[in-house]
Design a protein around this ligand. Structure first.
Ligand SMILES: Cc1cc2nc3c(=O)[nH]c(=O)nc-3n(C[C@H](O)[C@H](O)[C@H](O)COP(=O)(O)OP(=O)(O)OC[C@H]3O[C@@H](n4cnc5c(N)ncnc54)[C@H](O)[C@@H]3O)c2cc1C
Length: 442
């Protein structure tokens, strides 16, 4: 047996608490009483660490295949990134597809891309099929923020058509037609993706947890896993209980860095902030984004936004690499929002919150297995709504003896960040400053 004991989980959880704020989605749901904490010993086929989208997806897919599953969550369901994100369901991955192509070749990259599209379909099916209205809305627009980005959008449209079989879903819109999709005059062109969409992510997570429970998954909230015991009889140890299992799925996002496991420090936390305005008059909301498509711009440090079901503008962006700049983000986001949509001047911001993104160096996802028993799903790099969905399915397939699709993505190689926290933060902050300059000049 090769035991692995976690360090105290202070750092990332403290960081998450520091930027938590008031999350709008929490105002849209009735969570009800918490699932119990783990108390005592339990034996199951699979123990899952973390009830964000990745852990919920793995638990659901495993239960659908007949496995007994225990899902252990340190906080409440989707208390971290999955319950506080932009809700945009997008194709592909956070990294450019070329990053994947460089490692897996053209055919491998195409298979990986198709998995990301399957992830979108899984999310849509769950959003529409689990009996809770998740506010699913089709459509997404990618707006060219600089004149120099217009050709990039054309090239991307061509690549989607030529290499990725996705061309039928997207149309290129030039400046003269932009008014059909946005009231903003800040942009130079757009790619409109009719296959993408957006939803209320916390509602989806709660729908998934209810579906898990209905299939017999034993869910434990307020149950931090403090130790992952490795070896042929793995186990998860929590403060007042223990789960003995045959397999483990680690789906702990950046918090997985607490564990002394081989995938440690291949992701690092990047804070990202979202604001939500007070409800807007319905006609104004419709005018700002006709068709209610979600939106992003083409800057590397991008703005992303959408209109919610109750007509708020929900505006996110501005990654934070250094802790002390978190508070400044709210004003900066509001200024950016008003600069893009001057009609929003004077509308109040009712909620502002942050969350942690688990970024890999390449921004490609990082999946793998340790000792054959422990699977891990991390590195969604800010593009996880679709990728977590397929990640859970692939982990379940692999545990069920069909590892080929899991192994495709697990074949992506990743480098570690420097172990010393301030060195990696300083490095990323410098990188971000570079990209900020590049965004302005390109
Ligand atoms: C502000 C923001 C906006 C985003 N917007 C988008 C978007 O619009 N579209 C998109 O595709 N992606 C977006 N993302 C990314 C997306 O939200 C994530 O990739 C995805 O939610 C990750 O899911 P996860 O399950 O891996 O992690 P999480 O949701 O973070 O879940 C991990 C869970 O593990 C639990 N945990 C950790 N350690 C332990 C332990 N030791 N014991 C027990 N439980 C533990 C945590 O409490 C947490 O609940 C955004 C992210 C952020 C932060």
């Amino acid at each position: 047996m090769n035991p692995s004991t976690a360090r105290p989980m202070a750092r990332e959880f403290a960081e998450a608490a520091e930027i938590a704020g008031q999350c709008y989605y929490e105002l849209t749901v009735e969570r009800g009483p918490a699932y119990p904490s783990l108390n005592g010993q339990l034996s199951v086929d699979v123990g899952v660490v973390g009830a964000g989208f990745a852990g919920l997806s793995a638990a659901l897919e495993l239960a659908q295949r007949g496995y007994s599953v225990a899902l252990l969550e340190a906080q409440r369901i989707a208390a971290a990134a999955s319950g506080r994100n932009g809700g945009q369901i997008l194709p592909g991955f956070s990294c450019d597809i070329g990053v994947i192509q460089a490692q897996l070749g053209q055919a491998g990259a195409r298979r990986a891309w198709d998995l990301s599209i399957e992830g979108m379909a899984i999310v849509k099916d769950r959003a529409l099929g689990l009996g809770i209205d998740c506010e699913y809305t089709p459509g997404w627009a990618l707006f060219a923020a600089r004149p120099g980005h217009v050709q990039k959008l054309r090239d991307w449209r061509n690549q989607l058509e030529r290499d990725l079989g996705y061309g039928a879903h997207v149309e290129f819109i030039d400046a003269s037609e932009l008014h059909r999709w946005t009231a903003s005059t800040a942009y130079h062109a757009a790619l409109i993706d009719h296959h993408a969409g957006h939803l209320n992510p916390l509602k989806l997570a709660l729908a998934m947890s209810a579906a898990c429970q209905a299939l017999g998954v034993q869910i434990f909230e307020n149950t931090p896993v403090l130790e992952v015991v490795r070896g042929s009889a793995p186990a998860l140890a929590a403060p007042t209980g223990r789960v003995n299992c045959k397999k483990v799925v680690m789906a702990a996002n950046v918090f997985g860095n607490s564990f002394d496991l081989p995938m440690r420090n291949r992701v690092m936390s990047i804070g990202n902030t979202i604001i939500a305005t007070e409800p807007l008059p319905a006609q104004l909301a419709e005018r700002l984004l006709p068709g209610r498509y979600a939106a992003c711009d083409t800057n590397f440090l991008l703005d992303y936004y959408r209109i919610t079901a109750d007509h708020r503008m929900l505006w996110g962006g501005g990654s934070t690499y250094l802790r002390h700049d978190v508070g400044n983000r709210i004003q900066a986001l509001q200024e950016k929002m008003v600069a893009t949509f001057p009609d929003l001047r004077g509308f109040g911001v009712e909620c502002a919150w942050g969350g942690l993104i688990d970024a890999t160096l390449s921004r490609a996802p990082d999946f793998g297995r340790i000792d054959e028993e422990i699977y891990y799903l991390q590195g969604f790099s800010g593009h996880g709504v679709n990728v977590t969905a397929i990640a859970g399915r692939l982990a379940a397939e692999a545990i069920a003896g069909q590892p080929e699709r899991f192994d495709l993505l697990a074949g992506l190689k990743h480098r570690k960040f420097p172990a010393v926290a301030w060195v990696r933060r300083a490095g990323l902050a410098l990188g971000a400053s570079f990209y900020q300059l590049r965004d302005v000049w390109s």
